[in-house]
Design a protein around this ligand. Sequence first.
Ligand code: BTN
Length: 325
Amino acid sequence: MSGTIKHEILKKLQHAGTEPTSGQALADQLSVSRTAIWKYIKQLEADGYSFETIHKKGYILKNEPNLIDAARIKAALDTPTFGQAIHYFDTLPSTQPVAHQLAQEGAAAGTVVICEEQTAGRGRMQRQWVSQKGKGIWMSVILRPDVPPYEAPQFTLVAAVAIVKAIEDVVGISPKIKWPNDLLIDSLKITGILTELQADPDYVNALIMGLGINVNHMADDFPDDIKDIATSLKIQSGKEIDRAHLVARILYYLEFYSDKYVAEGFIPIKKEWENYSCTIGQKIKVTTVKEVFHGVAVGITNDGVLKVQLPDGETKSVYSADIEL
Ligand code: BTN
């Protein structure tokens, strides 16, 4: 409860902008004492927020730390379920195992594990995922859709659409989706999605959706081995992005589109995916665990499976692979 009141105070002061809000008004609206409000303000100051206190008028929020802590995300949040539980860390090896553990312990759908820095971030195919401190969004979201396990890969495509929408809203640019899990701007990688499953043969217990988004990196922040293939929203837009605001928007669309998937299936979302895709119609190189081949990506099925036409005219279905354009 105390966490919630702290977030509510922050939200109200954010909305008030340069207008002071009195401690009494906050106390009345949140049904707590003025002393309690004062204590929460002190807690927020200890978290790095600063306030101007105007005699007899109240508080004005002056500065917010550029963190993705629970208080800042919740102040921007507009969802019934996703993001209601947020586990925030300064540094973690990776958010994925923490989210797996929480899911096994019964954490609710929409629970978020998020951190400023990962020291052993992981991508698909056992690759490393570079996650510098304070630059990006490194988070895992627990989903509990009522679907059979074979539908789980479609959630990677659902998440891709959700993140594109959020970036459009917050940053004003529109990334392209490279099947199955990359978002690109100018052919450079901005986002990777890692969908992992906790399932019985016929039932999904949880999907652990790992999202890595390069947000406020400058070109020099990327190590040499990825600087020619990666970019950030700041490099692309020329502006510093409020990461907490972007997280809140991603959670909004993730909840919206995963609910839509469960209610209506993939077909309505597929149309949106196709609008953002940079894969369809392209000559591609496909690398699966078993083989490497070239062809033209002709489309995705109603289940999100990639269709690739080979040089001899045969069409192959690709369920899981790395592709190069
Ligand atoms: C990929 O493109 O290969 C997927 C990258 C996924 C990275 C995210 S960052 C948050 C979560 N924790 C991890 O260790 N990985 C995912």
